[in-house]
Design a protein around this ligand. Sequence first.
Ligand code: PLP
Length: 357
Amino acid sequence: MPDIKFVENKNLKEKPDVSKIGFGTHFTDYMFVVDYDKGEGWHDARIVPFENVSVSPANTTLHYGQAIFEGAKAYRYKGNKAVIFRAKDHMERLNNSARILDIPEVPIELSMAGLKKLVSIEKNWIPSGAGQSLYIRPFIFANDPYLGVNVSSHYKFMIILSPVAAYYAHGFAPVKIMVEDKYVRAVRGGLGEAKTPANYAASLHAGMIAHQKGYDQTLWLDGVERKYIEEVGSMNILFKIKGEVVTPELDGSILNGITRRTVLQVAKDWGVPAVERKISIDEVIQAHADGTLEEVFGSGTAAVISPVAVLAYKGKEYTIGDGKIGAFAQKMYDYIDKLHTGEAEDKFGFIEYVDEF
Ligand SMILES: *Cc1c(COP(=O)(O)O)cnc(C)c1O
C-alpha cells in the first residue's frame, strides 16, 4: 500500500445544492497531490486541503502545454456504498496519455490508492439525486520553471472532485451537431488519442462558430481527407444503421472513450451487433436518405449518452428519426444509469468499491 499523508482541513465548506450549480464549478474540501522529480520518481503522495497551486511564470505547462487529464465519476451505490465507475480503466488511460506526451507514468497502485482514499474521505460529497454524481478530475502537468523546450523533469499529479448534477438539467435532451468540414481537431500521428488540453484548445474556435450558428457541438471529420467521421470532441459518436451499432474505429486520432467501450460491451451483451470501423460522412448521409439511419448518439462520462436530433453538413440539416430521443439510446442510458447506482447487477465488473456510508 503506498504511503499517503493526510493534512486536515479545518475550514470545511458548506455543500451546495447540486441541482443549481452547473458542471465543475464547486470543489470538495480535499485534493490528492503527488510530485515527480527526475531521479526520484513519484514521491510525497498526500491528501491536503483544496487550495490554489503556485507555479513559476516560466512553468512549462503554461508555455508548452505538456499536460494530460482524466474524467471519471463516483456514485452512491445501492443506497449505502461509495463506488467509482471503471476507475482502473481511467487510470490506465491516464498512463496511455502519459506515454503519448512523454510524461512519466503513475504506478496504478499509487493512482488507485490516492483516488480511493480521496473519494472515501469525501464520500459525503457524493450527491444522491437522480443522475447526480461526484465528478473526478485526475490530471498531470509539467512543472519545470524554465522556458527551454524540453520534456520536463518535474511534474505534479493531482486529483480534484466536483459534485455534479445530471448533465441535462431539464431531462435527457437531444442535441444539434454541426459536421465540421473546414477545421480539424487532430490527425493520425498527433495527440488525438491522448486526453490532453491541446486537443481542447484546438477545438474551441470551431466550437464557438458552431454555437453561433445554433449548434451544440462539432462533429469532427478526419484531418487528412475530411471524409471519415471521428468524434464530437468531448464525446465519441455512435450510429445505429439497419439495426447495427457502428462507431469509428480507434485509429490513433480519436479518444478511446470508456463510455464508448461500455456501450459496445452492453450492446453485444444484448445481442445487438456492434462494430468499430471506418464510417464516412457520405455513408451517414446516404443512410439518412435511404431511411436506414435509425439513431445517432454521443457517449462520454459527463453526459453518459447524448442523443443527436440534428446533423448539419455543408449547410443542410438532417433530422435523425423523428428528432426525438431514439429508443436504443434511451434504453442504453437507462441501463448504464442502473449500473452506476447498483439497480442493475454489476455483471461486467465495472464497479470499484470505495467505502460504506
Ligand atoms: C473524455 C473524452 C471522451 C469521452 O471519453 P469517456 O471515457 O467516455 O469519458 C471523448 N472524446 C474526447 C476527446 C475526450 O476527451
